[in-house]
Unconditional design. Structure first.
Length: 169
């Protein structure tokens, strides 16, 4: 009886250790994916830099070779990270997940989820930029309209005052 209880306890202990290890792998992969996403955002920001200089801004350029090497290195590192994430789904920690979450199906689901999240964030950012633009347009419209109306009222007031002054009222 004691041997059976000890065997069960050691089994529970091993299962607990395995669960803790699996949880650690998930956490590490999540951090790794976060870094990969940040790296991809930096690469996209560099690619999408405005090409036209500002009218009065100071132009500053760095070392061309260094900038090209850094961009090349970042894209290569991103490619490696993506390959490692794919490897984890196909052959690593996530290859045996059930219900279609492991293997190539799991990797495809992961890529679809990431694509949807990214598209949603882009949509939200565009909506925010549009709302900000509308806000400033309304400020200019209503502020300018208010100034014009006040100036018009002031001109009419001065004309009425001048007419009444010359009439002797």
């Amino acid at each position: 009886m004691l041997a059976t209880a000890s065997a069960i306890w050691s089994g529970i202990k091993k299962a607990s250790e395995f669960a803790a290890e699996a949880e650690g792998v998930w956490g590490q992969l999540s951090k790794y994916c976060g870094v990969a996403d940040q790296l991809e955002q930096v690469i996209q920001a560099e690619k999408n830099k405005p090409k036209k200089p500002s009218l009065f801004g100071k132009l500053e350029f760095g070392d061309d070779t260094k900038e090209a090497f850094n961009a090349f290195e970042a894209e290569h590192k991103l490619m490696q990270m993506e390959a490692e994430i794919r490897h984890e789904f196909l052959y690593g920690a996530f290859c045996n997940l059930e219900a279609g979450f492991g293997g190539m199906d799991g990797y495809r689901k992961f890529c679809d989820m990431r694509r949807k999240i990214r598209a949603e964030r882009i949509r939200i950012k565009q909506e925010q930029e549009q709302m900000q633009q509308e806000f400033w347009d309304n400020i200019i419209l209503w502020g300018g309209g208010t100034i014009i109306i006040c100036a018009g009222i002031g001109v009419v007031w001065m004309l009425i005052s001048l007419v009444l002054e010359f009439r002797g009222v």
